[in-house]
Ligand binder design. Sequence first.
Ligand code: UD1
Ligand code: CA
Length: 453
Amino acid sequence: MTRTCLAVILAAGDSTRMKSSMSKVLHPIAGLPMIAHVMRSVLAAGMSDAALVLGRDAEKVEKAARLDGMALSAMLQTERKGTGHAVLMARDAIAKGYDDVVVTYGDVPLVRPQTLLSAREKLAEGADLVVIGFHTPTPFGYGRLLVEGGELVAIREEKDASDEERKVTWCNSGLMAINGKRALEWLEKIDNKNAKGEYYLTDLVEIARASGARVVAIDAPEAELAGCNNRAELALLEMSWQQRRRHEVMVSGVSMIAPETVYLAHDTVLQPDVLIEPNVVFGPGVTVESGAVIHAFSHLEGAHVASGATVGPFARLRPGANLGEGSKVGNFCEVKKAEIGAGAKVNHLTYIGDAFIGAGTNIGAGTITCNYDGVNKFETRIGENAFIGSNSALVAPVSIGDGAYVASGSVITQDVPGDALALGRARQEVKPDRAKAIRARALALKAAKKAER
Ligand code: UD1
Ligand code: CA
């Protein structure tokens, strides 16, 4: 779209009902602050200029809202006098004379770019004010859209509505697009003569109509326009986001056996032909390539899983875990800041941290890279096609060459050259018949104690 546009994002609420130490728009959905979801939608709808109206935690909210490719200005609304008053905080920005001015709320994070674009398209077609509405069986508390002969004639707030008007189920989302050349003139006419004594942005409908402007309402799904006032609503937003994203991911070629149990982050990248088993959680920063399988009950964050690799069940990949093609990280294994070479196996009960493991190497059950001395972290390097026996402790910094063997139960504190065998454990002794003698002595002791009583 070639028209210029300013987005005004209202985020000056106190968030009282969240009962939180921070503004509600900083609370994350899919690991990303709510306000950042709004900004991404705004940018994706072609709005690269934005004015953010802030109250509580202004600095933090502004920081969380910043986005590459967007020119952001922020203004403080020190007194909350209503949505009409809030939009006017952006007076200077609006006065620059954009073609479109779009108002969105910081606590309505699921709005799709397409919906914002639809409102702008109506402006392009000649409307002067476009209100985004939604139908709901539970309209209580929302402003009602009053329509006559196909035109939006007013928005009536719950407290100001008649019984008849309260029956209307088409509601105001609060989001609207305004003819940018006339926005200021109309906004300045809003007064606070209503049941709440607030400056209602919704009065714009009647004000614009009185000056002969064309006012219309468009419809969008309720789920997309849901707001957030408390933690229960936050959880509903998370659920909606997850449902939407899982669907997109599956349609793009990813299999999920029980999608409702898989949690994605805002930036999770899953290539086609990935299989995700039930109860898998993705934290931020994960990429999984084609053909990889994530088995049940695994937790991944900041990790890369190359094609054909398998993870879990019950595996934890922490930031910096980088699994090569066809590698395996099995049950009860934790991998942090480590490369697992192509085809390498870390199959059972193991911790691999600050390590490089070469292609084709096998790490036995219970192996631990001892990477931390209580103060500093050190690296473990293991070459290709090495074999680390079960229950070995590799005390970093240490390196083990290509093709080397480490005997089970070893504590390895010195470097092991390629193709060498390293044993770091007490030598086994076998004493014939000694068990029999010990048992006889124990039985004799027990008999003597019994005789004493
Ligand atoms: C508003 C609408 C109502 C709509 C509803 C949708 C008005 C008068 N009413 O009602 O028609 O159905 O949203 O949720 O516009 N805000 C500020 N500064 C203020 C006032 C509000 O930044 O002075 C922000 C809030 O933080 C919030 C948004 O604007 O993000 C909406 O404010 P809120 O008080 O929730 O409006 P409602 O009374 O619910
Ligand atoms: Ca509200």
